[in-house]
Write a protein that binds this ligand. Sequence first.
Ligand code: SAM
Length: 280
Amino acid sequence: MSPAVAVQLPYFDEIIERLDREPDSSLAVAFKQNVHWGYYVEPGTADDGMAGYIEAAKEMTRQVCRAAGVADGQRVVDVGCGFGGAIAHMDATRSDCRFVGLNFDARQLGVARRLVTPAASNEVRFVAGDACALPFADRSFDVMTALECIFHFPSRSRFLEEVRRVLVPGALLAITDFVLPAVFADHKDDLVAAHRSGSDFYGSNAPPITGAEYRSVAAAAGTECIEDRDITAQTVPTYAAMRRLYHEARILNGVRATYELDEARKRGLLEYHLLVFRVP
Ligand SMILES: C[S@@+](CC[C@H](N)C(=O)[O-])C[C@H]1O[C@@H](n2cnc3c(N)ncnc32)[C@H](O)[C@@H]1O
């Protein structure tokens, strides 16, 4: 199946090329499982090198899975699953589960299938598809995670409508996203223009929305945003770690794009949130 989405993700092109060509390089090792911002438990004294980033990226996965309430015996779907880092974590810590990782990029799914060997009592599948047209039956999952990918999707609201359709009543979805601080809600047009003029290394992204907009988009899609946690402070060392990784790999667009995001963060224009939605 070839999902009908045409999204350019230059950062994944670079990472996949390094995984193939230089599997022992810092970049390939750092992004072997998780490809998202790190959650640094003690950001003030954090190691912003490769080892510190790998541990922080795992911690972000733990935080999201915990917020979603992933438990033994569930049917779990991780949307925008990358190389399967979240599925690998859940598979290693849960039993009697049926896990599905979904991605529109066949290359990433190939890496994920090689990475994850299911634990004895679990079932793991990696499936091609678009987050906004999920190839699953109504009410077929008990819980969903989607780490740092919703801004790539064709529409946040369409995705949340799909969440409502494929999850059972009472189920939770936990995500992370870059969020626009509430104070800028009235200047959104200027900020969106600035967002569009930035580097395209991190791909075609929807502009960030505020927490209040999240609550109304969720409500319109028939879900409820029950938690909105600003974890910007815990992600800060990620910027230095990523800049160094891209610098060492001589990927200058990556250095520049990460620098731009860090500048927006420092100017208070961008926060990083963990959000949880509940299907009524
Ligand atoms: C920053 S990466 C995060 C990957 C993974 N969730 C992780 O945390 O390691 C964003 C992911 O979203 C996926 N993605 C982007 N648009 C998508 C779509 N429309 N449907 C499914 N996956 C999508 C990308 O292929 C990529 O794997």
